[in-house]
Design a protein. Structure first.
Ligand code: NI
Length: 152
């Protein structure tokens, strides 16, 4: 496994739409492992492949220590309610903003074994799911930020 370099805001790659994963190859598995290690090394709770320079629809989320979700080709299929909480991004270290997000979301994704699953989350997990899915479409949290704030 390896800790990858995280691209920062301003890098054009972060504004591009990522391509779907058509086949889960050993390279994709290695990428997932490296993304998890990179996210943990950076102290984050989510990371999307474009942030490490790979324009593929892949993200990892760990809002609760030891519980990692791997999302390949994720698609939000339901959302409800609203929350306004602070949010940050490993590509914009030290900065935070209040964003408006759904209170609850359900995402459908594929895991590393090629199995499709659904994940439902509220609050922080819902924010993380929205944030990481946005990355795959070249969107950043600052696009939906209401205002900057001090801390996450
Ligand atoms: Ni981010």
């Amino acid at each position: 496994m390896a800790v990858l370099k995280i691209l920062k805001f301003g890098e054009p790659t972060l504004r591009k739409v990522a391509r779907p994963v058509e086949e889960i190859t050993p390279r994709i598995i290695t990428l997932l492992d490296d993304m998890i290690e990179t996210m943990r090394a950076a102290g984050g709770c989510g990371l999307a492949a474009p942030q490490v320079g790979v324009l593929r629809r892949i993200a990892v989320i760990e809002v609760e220590d030891g519980v990692v979700y791997e999302l390949i080709n994720p698609k939000i299929i339901a959302f409800a309610g609203e929350q306004k909480e602070s949010e940050g991004c490993l590509s914009n270290p030290g900065e935070y903003g209040i964003t408006k997000r759904p209170k609850a979301v359900t995402v459908r994704a594929t895991d590393r074994h090629g199995k499709e699953y659904e994940l439902s989350g509220t609050d922080l997990l819902a924010r993380a799911i929205c944030h990481e899915c946005d990355h795959l479409d070249g969107k950043l949290y600052t696009d939906v930020q209401i205002r900057a704030c001090k801390k996450g």
